[in-house]
Design a protein around this ligand. Structure first.
Ligand SMILES: [Zn+2]
Length: 130
């Protein structure tokens, strides 16, 4: 067992996860509207228990999708920390084992180790070679 490297605080959300954020926000808004709709209409057409239950379920679903996103971000940060920050910020491609600086083979975005490390919040130093 090796002590995991400090999983830093990435500065913001990686580009490839941002699209997911947009979906989560959309889903969250949708669920919010659903709660409003249910509380507005449901009271008349549903029995009280079903009305309360559907509000509770929809509301907690909202929490669930956000914690999923938190988990995904955590996982990506861990992955980046393990490879010394060598994960493409734009698309999430692993840059381990290829040139220290250059162009991502997956998305064509330029990268350099300093920028990647500071973005991922990973401490300096190269990880041990495999
Ligand atoms: Zn890339």
């Amino acid at each position: 067992m090796t002590t995991p490297k400090a999983v830093g605080n990435a500065t913001g959300v990686p580009t490839y996860l941002r699209r997911r954020v947009a979906w989560f926000v959309a889903g969250s808004v949708f669920l919010g509207l659903l709660v409003v709709l249910i509380s507005w209409l449901g009271q008349r057409v549903m029995p009280a228990w079903a009305w309360i239950a559907s509000i509770a379920i929809t509301g907690s679903l909202n929490g669930v999708i956000w914690s999923w996103f938190g988990k995904a971000l955590e996982r990506e940060q861990k992955r980046a920390a393990e490879s010394g920050g060598r994960v493409c910020w734009t698309c999430g491609y692993s840059l381990a084992g290829i040139a220290k600086a250059g162009v991502c083979p997956e998305c064509g975005q330029g990268y350099d180790p300093e920028t990647l490390r500071s973005r991922w919040g990973v401490a300096g130093g190269e990880p041990a070679s495999p």
